[in-house]
Design a binder for this molecule. Structure first.
Ligand code: AMP
Length: 190
């Protein structure tokens, strides 16, 4: 199974990606997690991306695409994966197309989680208190919502046109949403 999971900040993408990964027995590949780990370990990559992630702006495509290219070529990604947080703009869609062509692989489906903006903002405020993520400042949160609208919504349109999109309501109990996603994928992929 090769899946993308998409949705605005606070929609529960990371949580659902982990549950789906367990369900299908495949790894989750989160570009956000990779960047955060590099920032924490103060790697060269971490130093380069901090100025973008801390303000809620997208990291330049050249850096992001290379990370995904390397990660998808690793052994544990041979039998499937869930990409969480990538692609996030139209140029990254083309980059992913090219990476997959090179690997002789194809995407099965794109899961889009949705929630009203007020629910997202409440969840972000809660997470900011609980986790203290560097990019959970009010400005960064606003930047990330704007970036999602401007740059990432067109990505959903592309996958919709390609017949890959599965949209699931991201408001509710975590386990119920996960079951809903699996049901929707079963219905789509048979
Ligand atoms: P996330 O945890 O997915 O919200 O990602 C945290 C931050 O990492 C984002 O706000 C971006 O700054 C950066 N990031 C993650 N994925 C990407 C991507 N596909 N393209 C560019 N920047 C990204």
């Amino acid at each position: 199974m090769r899946l993308l999971i998409m949705g605005p900040q606070g929609v529960g993408k990371g949580t659902q990606a982990k549950l789906l990964a367990e369900h299908y027995g495949i790894p989750t590949i989160s570009t956000g997690d990779i960047f955060r780990a590099n920032i924490k370990n103060k790697t060269e990559l971490g130093k380069k991306v901090l100025e973008y992630t801390s303000q809620g702006f997208l990291v330049p495509d050249e850096l992001t695409n290379e990370i995904v290219r390397d990660r998808l070529a690793q052994d544990d990604a041979k039998n499937g994966w869930i990409l969480d947080g990538y692609p996030r703009n139209v140029a990254q869609v083309s980059a992913l197309d090219e990476i997959l062509e090179g690997l002789g692989e194809q995407l099965d489906a794109v899961v889009a989680l949705t929630a009203p903006t007020n629910v997202l903002l409440e969840r972000m405020a809660k997470r900011a208190k609980e986790e203290g993520r560097a990019d959970d400042t009010p400005e960064a949160i606003q930047n990330r919502l704007n970036t999602y609208d401007k740059e990432t919504t067109p990505v959903l349109d592309i996958y919709q046109q390609r017949g890959k999109l599965v949209t699931v309501n991201g408001v509710g109990e975590i386990d119920a949403i996960s079951e809903e996603i699996v049901k929707a994928l079963d219905a789509k992929l048979g």
